[in-house]
Design a protein around this ligand. Structure first.
Ligand SMILES: Cc1cc2nc3c(=O)[nH]c(=O)nc-3n(C[C@H](O)[C@H](O)[C@H](O)COP(=O)(O)OP(=O)(O)OC[C@H]3O[C@@H](n4cnc5c(N)ncnc54)[C@H](O)[C@@H]3O)c2cc1C
Length: 548
């Protein structure tokens, strides 16, 4: 192949899925990857919004695997060879340096928020080596021309096409494309080619990362036995350990491997001397400050070298232009706190599927106004993620503040999730991610960040008990119009199950009568009839009126 309609650079799950959608729509697509599958990738923990997006992609384009991979139960039943982990929700613990995690019963510094009512409907951690390989293979099966081991060195934009140049396994490589998608993630292919300026200065979040995959990590439930029962078993979740220096993620896969990493704030990192900045030394230095974490990792063995990245944030000024666009992870990344990356990427893939679907039907190119709309959405959403996460970092000073800030995230995503489930429409993916454009939620991350900085002074200070309580109360009042999950309720002691009865009681927040909400419950309980595959596929994709 020396020319194609769309060239996609990067075959992570997002690039491969988009390539497959476009091929299914009838585009000639080339997918170019500098590495080869299977390969390690970071970014593993999915969420209900990610799974809803995957499910919609499955139904719209007739991709049975996407539908099957969107719950743990269906995944196990249909694709057991792809490794994954059960993720029932979000678990948080606050650890204090030099002290065991304090078991204070229901008053422990522990927060559990269930994302699913049972294991079958649960979210998953994706073993990206398997999942990304799967999506790349499916893209090829859909007719995508896939070229791995391709090192691109140039992208020259002419009036009607883009000329890509590089090398593949030692031989020169050249390709002409009418449109170029950059799905290279932090690889930043187009950022370099187009000299797109960095916009990192407009963002707040800063963190370093030390991480690996490990065998033999003990369950927190074994290390701290006797904590009151939560809505699910603590460890089968995205487990977050908040520490003075930042936080740790710990994601357990079903085959016994745990993905774990410390995110360290600049102040946190600076508390280790230069001799401790090698990956192994830093890993052990952080662990050694926290006895309960040390215990959990005492028998753990890394299954690949521990790696260190002094900074993981990136952000660009532009996300799209004439004949090109960036997928979210090529455009911006703030921090993995709250696991926003997969869902955001899948929302973008859905949006682009619709845009290219329209263009195909009209026999036209994707036009600049569409690209400008896509870019504007990404800019607003990247800002929103950054503010929410930066606020959460401020809030780590005190667990009450952190739990309250987390309620802002959970209120936003649970409202979006329920809304999307009960009233799906073709343009669901265009509704703003993380409350962008919502008259209640849209402005809250900025305001909560401002309030938190006023309390902590930006220096991790605890503030007064009154100031903290005022913040907790402000969050509860601010999310109330969207709080369909019973969040920010002190009677829950930070243990939040999925509560459908409460949801029915709060039907009016969703603009529904009680009866209408009761009628929608099967969809919320995952009891809606399963689509038949090939489900709607092309015919429906084309017959749906996909213009806004
Ligand atoms: C530490 C960390 C933890 C994270 N945890 C989570 C999480 O728990 N949940 C979540 O939802 N998100 C998480 N994320 C975000 C998540 O990683 C991304 O959203 C996701 O990987 C985006 O997928 P992608 O396919 O767009 O890009 P990527 O996964 O980045 O894939 C990019 C692909 O492009 C290829 N490539 C790069 N440069 C070139 C080039 N020049 N030419 C050709 N190919 C190229 C790469 O080899 C790779 O295959 C995390 C991110 C980080 C940094």
């Amino acid at each position: 192949m020396d020319s194609c309609e769309v060239a996609i650079v990067g075959s992570g799950f997002a690039g491969s899925l988009l390539a497959r959608i476009l091929a299914t729509l009838g585009y000639e697509v080339a997918l170019l990857e500098r590495g080869t599958h299977p390969r390690f990738a970071i970014g593993e923990s999915s969420t209900p919004l990610a799974n809803l997006s995957l499910e919609r992609l499955g139904v719209r384009y007739g991709f049975a695997d996407c539908y099957q991979l969107s719950t743990h139960g269906r995944w196990l039943a249909n694709r057991p060879e792809l490794r994954r982990g059960l993720k029932r929700g979000f678990t948080f613990y606050r650890h204090q340096p030099g002290e065991q995690f304090a078991d204070r019963g229901l008053d422990s510094e522990r927060l559990l928020v269930a994302a699913s009512p049972n294991d079958a409907l649960s979210d998953t951690h994706w073993l990206r080596a398997d999942v990304d390989h799967h999506f790349a293979r499916e893209a090829v099966a859909a007719g995508v021309e896939y070229r791995d081991r391709t090192e691109l060195t140039g992208a020259e934009f002419g009036p009607s096409e883009v000329r890509l140049a590089g090398a593949r396994e030692g031989a020169p490589f050249a390709l002409r494309a009418r449109f170029l998608v950059d799905a290279s993630g932090p690889g930043g292919f187009l950022a370099r080619q187009l000299a797109i300026p960095s916009a990192l200065a407009r963002t707040e979040t800063r963190s370093a990362l030390v991480f690996s995959h490990f065998d033999g990590v003990a369950l927190m439930q074994d290390v701290v036995p006797g904590l009151p029962d939560g809505p699910y078993s603590d460890d089968w979740a995205a487990v977050h350990h908040i520490i003075d220096e930042g936080w740790m993620y710990s994601l357990r896969f079903d085959h016994g491997i745990t993905s774990a990493g410390f995110l360290l704030t600049p102040r946190g990192l600076a508390s280790f001397d230069e001799a401790q900045r090698t990956p192994d030394a830093l890993w052990h230095a952080v662990l050694s400050r926290y006895p309960t974490l040390s215990q959990a990792f005492a028998g753990a063995r890394p299954t690949m070298p521990i790696a260190f990245r002094p900074s993981i944030q990136h952000r660009l000024e532009r996300a799209a232009g004439n004949r090109w666009l960036l997928l979210p992870h090529a455009f911006a990344f703030a921090d993995p706190l709250f696991s926003t990356g997969i869902a955001w990427s899948l929302h973008a893939v859905e949006r682009l599927g619709l845009m290219f679907e329209d263009a195909k039907r009209d026999g036209a190119q994707v036009e600049l106004p569409e690209l400008a709309r896509y870019e504007a959405a990404l800019i607003a959403e990247a800002d929103q993620i950054d503010r929410l996460v930066a606020g959460a970092y401020e809030a780590m000073a005190h667990f009450d503040l952190f739990s309250a800030q987390a309620m802002l995230y959970f209120a936003t995503v649970s409202f979006a999730e329920v809304s999307q489930r009960i009233a799906p429409h073709d343009y669901t993916a265009w509704s703003g991610f993380l409350g962008v454009g919502d008259s209640v939620l849209g402005s809250l991350p900025r305001e909560s960040h401002r309030r938190l900085r006023a309390i902590t002074g930006g220096r991790g200070e605890l503030g007064s008990a009154d100031a903290r309580q005022e913040f907790v109360d402000w969050i509860a009042a601010s999310i109330a119009p969207r709080n369909v999950a019973g969040l920010a309720d002190p009677r829950r002691h930070n243990l939040y199950p999925v509560d459908l009865e409460l949801l029915v009681d709060r039907h009016d927040l969703l603009g529904l009568t009680r009866d209408q909400l009761v009628a929608a419950l099967p969809a919320l309980r995952g009891m809606a009839p399963e689509p038949q595959f090939p489900a709607r596929g092309l015919e429906t994709a084309y017959s749906a009126n996909s213009r806004r």
